[in-house]
Design a protein around this ligand. Sequence first.
Ligand code: AMP
Ligand code: GLY
Length: 427
Amino acid sequence: MSTKKILVIGSGGREHAFCWKLSQSPQHPQLFAAPGNAGTARVASNLPIDGGDFEAVKAAVLLHEIDMVLVGPEAPLVDGIHDYFLNDTALQSVPVIGPQKAAAALEGSKDFAKAFMQRHNIPTAKHATFTGETLEDGKAFLATMTPPYVLKADGLAAGKGVLIIKDRKEAEAALTAMLIDQKFGSASAKVVIEEFLDGVELSCFVLTDGRSGKLLPMAKDYKRIGEGDIGLNTGGMGAVSPVPFVDEAFQQKIMSRIVTPTLEGLQKDSLPYKGFIFIGLINVKGDPYVIEYNVRMGDPETEAVLPRVQSDLVALLEATAKEKLAEETIAISPNAACTVMAVSGGYPEAYEKGIPISGLETVTDAVVFHAGTTEQQGTVVTNGGRVLAVTGVAPTAQEALATAYKQMGKISFDKSYYRTDIGKDIL
Ligand code: AMP
Ligand code: GLY
């Protein structure tokens, strides 16, 4: 049989983790990343293509005779890359892992996601949606809620579209800024206002072929820039898997109240989905509620989840494409995996790029996943806010964290920063 050629779209730590895992397949696929980073370049051929440029993706798929495309980030999915393939006679036979546009709206529109959850009785915060025309109704709705107020831009806003505000006057002003002054551009033409849920968040991942689904390891992400989870929101500063407070009983609730109705809901609503579903959950006094759906894997969660997956990812993705996932089992390592993210000084606000990174070759025992890196004249340099993720894998989370931090200590670049408290709150 000829070598399989797989194209991974994206350029972050998640995509390096995908390439790393795919490269371990006994099927020895030939891998491509578009555009990738200095890490993906070690196991794949980087193609200088933006995943949002479908014509360029098409040209690359035809040129390199790609057999399967795995889409990392949400934007191309929300913009319909899967549909683009299905509607093109030259690309139709190339499976895309990631939902079609209609289903990707679960991440692309918070209002759509809330309506989906309501329709299928999936536990989530109570909400209402408003537009510029119904601004006054929105303010009246705020008056009926207890603070803090949660305001969400309906569309994609690069992780910045959720505001949590204590004061009602401030919340009214923010609502006006979103709906009338387009604070988040067209993404905030609609705003979801919802009840604040108090609890600990966790990330649940499901791989589905549109018929059945398989649960992947769960993880907990650390979103804020500062120690103790304070300060500005980031893409994620670290992750641990498994999540210690998810016991048998809680996992059963997640399955029966959330995962199963979500998969059934996709079928009932004829939403075509072949790919990863990331369900952002919150544990409110032992009951799981959905905070959000993402139509992709999480980052940095993928860097902690995939090292625990023992099964061949190529086989799992092929089964997904062929709607034969029910025949597969996903073997999960009992080991824990903990990921610490090193970021550029200043992130998530302004930061520099192009800073040389040293010590990468001295890392032992841990896996280094590149996020914002590139290679310049043979040197790996920073190329983004989140620069690299170091994952330790060990029988206990404590040991995995100790390994990740020890190895992280060997890597350095000017103005680098990482949180030293990943996992501390739950271990
Ligand atoms: P989202 O983009 O919907 O994941 O929201 C971003 C972050 O805002 C989440 O990770 C939560 O920390 C927080 N958040 C969103 N919705 C709620 C809610 N209803 N109650 C409490 N926190 C929330
Ligand atoms: N780590 C959260 C996300 O990927 O959205």
